[in-house]
Design a protein around this ligand. Structure first.
Ligand code: NAP
Length: 295
């Protein structure tokens, strides 16, 4: 058999994303000869063994990373600094630390300075997900045909970047290497702002008086339902994302608010052309997504 890409792949956090990588690595043994899972709670790790999606489990992150040549952080981004501090002294020289976090400047800020010399750091973000979480929610095809952005800081070892590139290719992803700041602005508009709107609109509906709220639930299929799917996402993960992509998210929210005000003005003054122009632009964006197979 060909030499595996990694001898020991350690996943710190094994929910939707971590357990999907684990499932792929357990099936494609050319990716990693051994898969080790770490999580915050023993119950999660017990479930991982029941599911058979890792070779070994380890509750202590410092012990989990011993002898690893690849460590992938797959926990909420707010936990990264403490995790990096715990694992840093135990990383072997030459080990590649990577991650899947949805914010990238914060990860570089929180993790980078803690890693010892000789350990390579290749931050990444697979642009794939669902509203489900935990080790049961992962699946083999999650990353198939989806983009994965890598944001190696300047000066990162090129061979390390190439190995993480290869890992995501084997997971079925298409890869783009971008600057962390650019990544954060892009995801603020394509992912973080839509989640903020979904959480907000669900709150607005929930604040309605009793009778109207009942009607909202009854007739949700008219559009509201699609927001509720997004709003069902994990609260810790999303709290951490909002707090760690603050600048870009606030900038996109400010732009959106201006545009929403302009739409409100068009509605108030009966400016049908303005309204239909916006709707046509929305339809064009949807068509482009379908053509790019990202719908
Ligand atoms: P998830 O399903 O909620 O799983 C999180 C995992 O992290 C769980 O195994 C949890 O263990 C563990 N964890 C939580 N706090 C921890 C800590 N302090 N130390 C060690 N492990 C800890 O989350 P996910 O959806 O896979 O997301 C993981 C990461 O991927 C996040 O950074 C997120 O931003 C990013 N991401 C998510 C999506 C998405 O759509 N979901 C897409 C792309 C990237 P316990 O259950 O034992 O607490």
């Amino acid at each position: 058999m060909a030499e595996p890409l990694f001898r020991r792949l350690v996943l710190i956090g094994i929910g939707l994303i971590g357990s999907s990588v684990a499932r792929i690595a357990m099936q494609d043994r050319t990716l990693a000869a051994e898969v080790v899972a770490n999580a915050r709670t023993q119950a999660t790790l017990d479930r991982v063994m029941e599911l058979g999606i890792a070779d070994r489990i380890e509750l202590d992150p410092a012990k989990a990373v011993l002898g690893a040549d690849c460590v992938m952080l797959c926990a909420p981004v707010g936990a990264y600094a403490a995790l990096a501090e715990a694992i840093a002294p135990h990383l072997a020289p030459g080990c590649i630390v990577t991650d899947v976090g949805s914010t990238k400047q914060s990860v570089i800020r929180d993790v980078g300075p803690l890693l010892p010399a000789g350990v390579h750091f290749v931050p990444g973000h697979p642009m794939a997900g669902t509203e489900y979480s935990g080790p049961d929610s992962g699946f083999l095809t999650l990353f198939q045909g989806r983009w994965c952005m890598l944001t190696p800081p300047p000066g990162t070892d090129e061979a390390a970047v190439a190995k993480i590139h290869e890992l995501w290719t084997r997971c079925g992803s298409m890869i783009e290497v971008v600057e962390a700041a650019h990544h954060d602005r892009v995801v603020a508009i394509v992912s973080h702002l839509p989640h903020l709107l979904a959480f907000t609109i669900c709150g607005t509906a929930d604040d309605l008086e009793d009778e109207s709220r009942q009607q909202v639930l009854k007739f949700a299929a008219a559009g509201f339902r699609d927001f509720t799917r997004i709003a069902a996402s994990d609260p810790v993960m999303w709290r951490d994302i909002f707090l760690n992509n603050r600048e870009a998210l606030l900038e996109m929210l400010a732009r959106f608010t201006e545009d929403a005000q302009a739409m409100a003005r068009a509605v108030r003054w009966g400016d049908g052309d303005y309204i239909s122009d916006k709707i046509l632009r929305g339809r064009a964006i949807r068509r482009s997504l379908i053509e790019l197979k990202q719908a």
